[in-house]
Write a protein that binds this ligand. Structure first.
Ligand code: DC
Length: 221
C-alpha cells in the first residue's frame, strides 16, 4: 500500500489540495481533522468541557467514531449518525483544538488512522501524519504558506459569509499556529524527511500540480 502524508498549519489549503490530489491518484483521501472534530462534537453534545482533560478522558469510552466513503467522499460518523456537516462550526473547531492536545485522545484515534492506511492507498492529511501516525509513509509533504497569505485566504472566506476584520483573522491564525506548534504532544513540525511545498503566491491548480510532481518524483525513486 502507498501512503502519502500531508501535514501543515491551518489555512495552507491542505484539505482542498489533498482531496484533489487523492482524486487524481485514485487514492483514498483521509481528513484526520474530522476525527478530532467528531470527538469534540460528541463532548459538546454530552455537556463535557473540552478544556478539562479528565472529563474528556472519562467520556472517551462512550465515543463511537468511524469513517465511511460514499462515492469517494469521506463521511465521519458518530455511532450511525453522519456528522460531516455538524463538525464544521467555529465552536467545534475551537473544541477540537482543545481535545487534540490530550494524549489519550490522540492514542484513541491512532489505530483507526493506521488501519485505513494498512488497507488502502491513502492521501492522509493532518498535523502529525508524517511524524507520528505514518512514520513510514512513502511520501511526506509539509504544506505551508506564509502567515499573511493564510490569514488573507481565511479572511476572504469569511467575507463571503459576512463581515470580517483582517487583523482579527491574522491574530487568530497566529494564535492557532502557536498552539499547534508548541503543544507537548505531537506538535506540528516538519518531519526531517518531508518535502516542503509552499503555496504562497501560487494558485490552487499550481499547488496541486506541484504536489503531484513531488509525489511522482518520490514514488519513482
Ligand atoms: O484540520 P482541522 O481544522 O479540521 O483540525 C481540527 C483540529 O484537530 C485542529 O485544531 C488540529 C487538530 N488535529 C490534530 O491535532 N492532528 C491531526 N492529525 C489533525 C487535526
Amino acid at each position: 500500500m502507498i501512503s502519502i502524508a500531508i501535514d501543515g498549519p491551518a489555512g495552507a489549503g491542505k484539505s482542498t489540495i489533498a482531496r484533489r490530489v487523492a482524486q487524481r491518484l485514485g487514492y483514498l483521501y483521509v481528513d484526520t481533522g474530522a476525527l478530532y472534530r467528531a470527538i469534540a462534537l460528541h463532548m459538546l453534545r454530552e455537556g463535557t468541557n473540552p478544556a478539562v482533560p479528565e472529563e474528556v478522558i472519562s467520556r472517551l469510552d462512550s465515543v463511537q467514531v468511524s469513517l465511511q466513503y460514499v462515492e469517494g467522499e469521506q463521511q465521519v460518523l458518530l455511532d450511525t449518525e453522519n456528522v460531516s456537516n455538524s463538525i464544521r462550526t467555529p465552536e467545534v473547531a475551537a473544541a477540537s483544538s482543545k481535545v487534540s492536545a490530550i494524549p489519550q485522545v490522540r492514542e484513541f484515534l491512532l489505530s483507526l488512522q493506521r488501519n485505513l492506511a494498512k488497507q488502502n492507498d491513502v492521501v492522509m492529511d493532518g498535523r502529525d501524519i508524517g511524524t507520528v501516525v505514518l512514520p513510514n509513509a512513502q511520501v511526506k509533504i509539509f504544506l505551508t504558506a506564509s502567515l499573511e497569505e493564510r490569514a488573507r485566504r481565511r479572511w476572504k472566506e469569511l467575507l463571503e459569509k459576512g463581515d470580517a476584520d483582517f487583523n482579527t483573522v491574522l491574530a487568530d491564525v497566529k494564535q492557532r499556529d502557536e498552539q499547534d506548534t508548541t503543544r507537548a504532544i505531537a506538535p506540528l513540525v516538519q518531519a526531517p524527511d518531508a518535502i516542503l511545498v509552499d503555496t504562497t503566491g501560487i494558485t490552487l491548480e499550481q499547488s496541486i500540480d506541484r504536489m503531484l510532481a513531488v509525489i511522482h518524483e518520490r514514488l519513482s525513486q
